[in-house]
Design a protein around this ligand. Structure first.
Ligand code: ADP
Ligand code: MG
Length: 272
């Protein structure tokens, strides 16, 4: 589906928080395209801006500046009421901790029914989703009767009922072991193959490896992307490129001679 419109687009996205000790520039001009029906992983060290980016994509927060578009709607300037409506209709959300996603007194089936009611859909996809996420024989179980991995799979099932445009998950595998992480990512892959768009933040190399595209953040900017096993530098609309740390170390003066050759663009240290 190369010509399908992306599920979400960010351009020059900026998020600045005010705190007692001053401003925190969490996102400093982030360009990201989230292709529809694919799994996009956001990686990067703690504090690099993953959760800030995900909260904006999930319509839980607004950018300070720049463009963020989800399901064809710009989030900039949306009223709180419209933001909430967009969130209900178009976004599924999964928290990191299994217990945060589920209500202890509801069975798996009842979770899906409640999620469908909230979204305003009839929930007729519940049986299919439980099957797809390997929970068909757990439909009448309460969360306490499910393993951590089953609980997270149920969280994904309820988040995608009613076919939201975007499923957003912030570190959904952080409390799972590697075996369960692999199972969960296989289930996420199944959702994407059935047309769901997934964006997840992760520290976990296993989870990132299962994504179609990995966007690596470093201090609030996109350091690079990985698509089909190739690492791509991202060039912003003004022509800025972020050099990887080992390349940056070659330029102690932070100045480069730039030459366009037949093979591409070459950066040289001016002293050389
Ligand atoms: P990550 O999810 O990659 O760890 P975050 O998006 O949570 O990164 O945080 C990015 C930066 O923004 C960090 O420096 C963090 O301390 C800061 N930050 C996040 N949320 C807030 C907030 N509500 N108020 C002030 N600073 C915040
Ligand atoms: Mg985070």
């Amino acid at each position: 589906m190369p010509h399908e419109a992306p599920a979400a687009v960010c351009e020059g996205l900026v998020r600045i928080y005010s705190s007692p000790s001053g401003e925190v520039h969490a996102l400093k001009g982030v360009d990201v395209v989230v292709p529809a029906g694919r799994v996009t992983a956001i990686t990067g060290p703690s504090g690099s801006g993953k959760s800030s980016l995900l909260r904006i994509l999930a319509a839980q927060d607004r950018p300070t500046a720049g463009l963020a578009e989800v399901a064809g709607q710009s989030l900039t300037g949306l009223s709180t009421r419209r933001l909430r409506a967009l969130r209900r209709r178009s976004i599924g959300y999964v928290f990191a901790r299994p217990a945060q996603n589920l209500a202890p007194h509801l069975t798996a089936r009842e979770h899906l029914a409640a999620a469908a009611r909230l979204r305003g859909t009839n929930g007729d996809d519940a049986a299919e989703l439980l099957e797809r996420l390997g929970l068909a024989d757990r439909a009448d179980h309460l969360p306490a009767q499910l393993s951590g991995g089953e609980q997270q799979r149920l969280a994904f099932a309820q988040a995608v009922t009613g076919r939201p445009a975007l499923l957003v998950a912030d570190e959904p595998t952080s409390e799972l072991d590697s075996r369960t992480t692999t199972d969960l990512m296989a289930a996420v892959r199944g959702l994407a193959d059935a047309g769901t768009t997934v964006v997840l933040a992760t520290h976990d190399a296993l989870a990132a490896a299962a994504a179609d595209r990995v966007v690596h953040l470093r201090s609030g900017t996109v350091a690079h992307e990985e698509v089909a096993g190739r690492r791509l530098a991202v060039i912003d609309g003004d022509g800025r490129v972020q050099l990887p740390a080992d390349a940056l170390a070659l330029f102690p003066e932070r100045r480069a001679l730039l030459e366009i050759t037949e093979d591409g663009v070459v950066l040289r240290e001016p002293g050389s």
